[in-house]
Design a protein around this ligand. Sequence first.
Ligand code: SF4
Length: 331
Amino acid sequence: MPWKGEKDPYKIWLSEIILQQTRVEQGWEYYERFIKKYPNIQKLAKAKQDDVFKLWEGLGYYSRCKNLHHTAQHISFELNGYFPTTYDTILNLKGVGPYTASAIASFAFNLPYAVVDGNVTRVLARFFGINKAVDTTEGKKHFSQLAQHLLHKTKPALYNQAIMDFGATVCKPQLPLCAICPFQSHCFAFKKNNVTNLPVKEKSIIKKNRWFYFLVITTGKHVFIKKRENKDIWQHLYEFVLLERSHKTNTVSLLTDPDFKTLLHAQPKPLAVSTEYKQLLTHQTIHAYFLKFQINNKKDLQGFEKFSIDKLKTIAFPKLINNYLKDIGWK
Ligand code: SF4
């Protein structure tokens, strides 16, 4: 991984923000794109927010991107470009939690802060036979105190990297390599034949279903779009006119819906209705349909921007909308 052994706090911070909620294989490519376009924090701070979002497009959890840009500006313009060098000041940065602060503090400045991620808690839970749920306040506190106690105080960066790598490659979630593990004879879970039951989790995530009906309203060579500004998924990305429902709805009832009538008084029939596009997020599943309309009058839609179809490539959309745009040849 390109960030391994890295000492530059900007690059460590960038990689850690990208890797929050993203797999390494996916994040790697984005990290390289960011470093190429914004090789230092000043370049990132001076970039336009829409350009940063465009580069982040497809990575999800867009509040990370907003915080990334905000923090780059804060460090460049308010801290004279100097990255904070203590755990507490790093933790004060927007978008940085205890895990990321420990990673930056130990990897960039070799400060004695234990990094506690899923890999680390798994190793500790199995090795010591800890039955406390890792996703409870009590469990989190227990694992972070234990990790801090075990940390090699003079080589924290090396220790943190080692235990994280060990969890990722040997003491893996599925099929851990116990047969070749050097800790076998001391590992509680292995000796008690309890490896598959640890770590313990209290909650299983209940997913919510949402149905998005996008009205792709064109007028000549333009289409109506707007930026999502609400505190919701895909904040700051663009979308078409959206009617959201909590259940699956057929096109006929959608077109007789008062929301639709208010929006398009003339009530045109859709030119095409797409098949379902689905996106699985951590806490919700989005089911989306796209209904294409052509309106001839020169009317504007309040709150929407009339945007050239040829230039949609330059706009950051959620992955699901991008898939639709590719399928209809607009991207
Ligand atoms: S013996 Fe198995 S469960 Fe125990 S630390 Fe090694 S890989 Fe993990």
